[in-house]
Design a protein around this ligand. Structure first.
Ligand code: FAD
Ligand code: SIN
Length: 523
């Protein structure tokens, strides 16, 4: 199969790019592949909203830029921050023109929320289900375009690069599409593309305890890594401070940061409101600080969770803004009017990823990337809340702008089909599940919010053993999605641990006890 534009992922990043390029070139084909149903993505679960400067009387681009730079703890690219922040209002307007609904106040202005690290109210939202609304609107838009095909339950196994081409190879390492598994027919086919865009999302599932859905297995990052693309800032895994605590729970429901923006307090099990002891912004300090503070409280007390206290808030307004969170808590027998919500930090977002330039170009020719799988320079060491949806919109647009001027040259390369000769269907899949549990426990216990060199080194040793076992199983087995995902997660874990070991200074979301010792010695 050949397409003009191959887009891997149907979240906000992939859909936004697809809609724009398909509208601009009705005679060119856009093929989106997505590994489960079309709406399943991190995007679908986004709650708080999109950070955009809209109230120019109180807010300004400069304030949003400053808040982003502070959250990023010195590691943001200032020019990128400025570009993204300034693009924000136009990109939100476009999204609304495509039919995405956002909440308005009684005066007819967008109702803006506030979250950690923001000095102003600037988060545009649709109740507490902003992501689901964006996903709905973008899918509806994509369905109207005849030149967009969405292949659901199709899994990208690997990118096709020079390494795969037989005969004379082009000089520059480039991407020519992907090998794709049709999960229903269990067949693998070659999808050649003039341009490939990775929009494959995050990695939360590497930790198991995460706000992300199970699709977040870092496939795009692992594929790009195998294709020799540059990957960086993988040590900056962001832990959201307030996932609903459920004993034995793996996937965690998020209690939006906007709830703290609405005035909720964090309390430890003794009832003490502890955040003012850590930061003058208290509950509205940036996410890295709040998560590290909770981690410290839990270590001090030996407790499994802290609490979010909403009992003093206006419940009528709360239910209007956060109907989904209210309902979810009710279902867990937590009555927010009277009960504190048990919460605990959980892996939430990856600030690093595939290096891209301002046009979304990776270091592999003809391979572009946008959304959570990328490192653009916007987030630095810690992403400011609600800057992720914004980044995805802006970079999908930037790739569109760049490719608008690019032709779709014919691909007359000799690309062999996927070769699985000599592989067998494994008798049992238990090895995959077993290794997955081990990997997730390893990442939680050794590569969590607070890290140390010894633990990181031990983690690498364990991971190397796992890698060897899974790699030999992979080489001997017929391809399956769980096996490929496990392999990808091991790749991603390697990148996180190795890049953690390389970081000699604590910044933002990266905290290593051994770096603290070194920094103190230097003083
Ligand atoms: P995703 O939306 O995750 O989409 C990835 C797509 O790639 C999916 O369709 C997936 O199936 C597909 N895919 C992956 N691998 C493969 C493969 N191998 N083959 C085929 N398809 C593949 N950010 C904000 O800015 N504001 C918020 O309020 C906010 N709230 C959040 C709340 C939650 C609970 C979570 C989890 C995240 C939140 N975020 C928020 C972060 C934000 O939602 C994500 O970073 C963003 O939606 C990522 O969009 P994306 O398009 O890059 O990836
Ligand atoms: C939230 O609503 O707390 C999530 C916001 C984000 O991840 O940006």
């Amino acid at each position: 199969m050949t397409t003009d534009y191959l887009v891997i992922g149907s979240g906000i990043a992939g859909l936004t790019f697809s809609v724009k390029i398909a509208e601009a070139f009705p005679n060119r084909t856009v093929t989106i592949i997505t590994k489960t149903n079309e709406e399943e993505s991190n995007t679908k679960y986004a709650q708080g909203g999109v950070a955009v400067v809209l109230n120019s009387k109180k807010d300004s681009f400069q304030k949003h830029i400053q808040d982003t730079l502070i959250a990023g703890d010195g590691l943001c690219d200032a020019a990128i921050v400025e570009m993204v922040v300034k693009e924000g209002p136009k990109r939100l307007e476009e999204l609304m023109a495509w039919g995405a609904n956002f909440d308005f106040d009684t005066l007819g202005n967008l109702d803006l929320g506030k979250e950690g690290g923001h000095s102003e109210y600037r988060v545009a939202h649709h109740k507490d289900i902003t992501g689901a609304e964006i996903e709905r609107a973008l899918l509806a838009q994509a369905h109207q375009l005849k030149n967009v095909t969405i292949l659901t339950h199709h899994f990208a196994i690997d990118l096709i690069t020079n390494h795969h081409v037989s005969g004379k190879k082009p000089k520059k390492n480039a991407c020519y599409g992907a090998y794709v598994l049709n999960q229903k027919t269990k067949t693998i086919f070659t999808l050649k593309a003039h341009h490939t865009v990775l929009a494959s999302g995050g990695i939360g599932w590497v930790y198991g305890h995460t706000t992300n859905p199970v699709i977040a297995t870092g496939d795009g990052i692992a594929m790009a890594y195998r294709a020799k693309a540059k990957i960086s800032d993988m040590e900056f895994v962001q832990f959201h401070p307030t996932a609903l605590f459920e004993a034995n729970g793996e996937s965690s429901f998020l209690i939006s940061e906007a709830v703290r923006g609405f005035g909720a307090y964090l309390r430890n099990t003794s009832g003490e409101r502890f955040m003012p002891n850590y930061d003058e912004r208290a509950e509205l300090a940036s996410r890295d600080i709040v998560s590290q503070s909770i981690d410290n409280e839990l270590k001090k007390t030996g407790d499994t969770h802290v609490f979010l206290d909403c009992t003093h808030l206006d419940m009528t307004a709360f239910r209007k803004h956060f109907p989904n969170i209210y309902k979810k808590c009710e279902a867990h027998n937590i009555h927010i009017e009277t009960d504190w919500i048990p919460v605990v930090p959980a892996a939430h977002y990856l600030c690093g990823g595939i290096d891209v330039d301002v046009d979304g170009k990776t270091s592999v020719h003809n391979l572009f990337a946008c959304g959570e799988c990328t490192k653009t320079g916007l987030h630095g060491a810690n992403r400011l809340a609600s800057n992720s949806l914004l980044e995805a919109l802006v970079y999908a647009h930037n790739i569109f702008k760049y490719l608008r001027n690019d032709s779709c040259k014919s691909l007359d390369l000799n690309i062999p089909d996927w070769d699985d000769e000599g592989t067998n269907t494994p008798k049992e899949q238990v090895l995959v599940q077993h290794n997955l549990r081990q990997l997730q426990a390893l990442m939680r216990n050794y590569v969590g919010i607070v890290r140390g060199h010894n633990r990181l080194k031990k983690a690498i040793k364990h991971l190397d053993l796992m890698y060897a076992e899974v790699e030999s199983f992979y080489k001997a087995s017929k391809i399956s999605t769980p096996l490929c995902e496990l392999r990808n997660m091991i790749n991603v874990a390697h990148l996180i641990i190795n890049q953690s070991l390389e970081r000699k200074e604590n910044k933002g979301g990266y905290f290593n006890v051994d770096n603290v010792k070194k920094q103190t010695e230097l003083l």
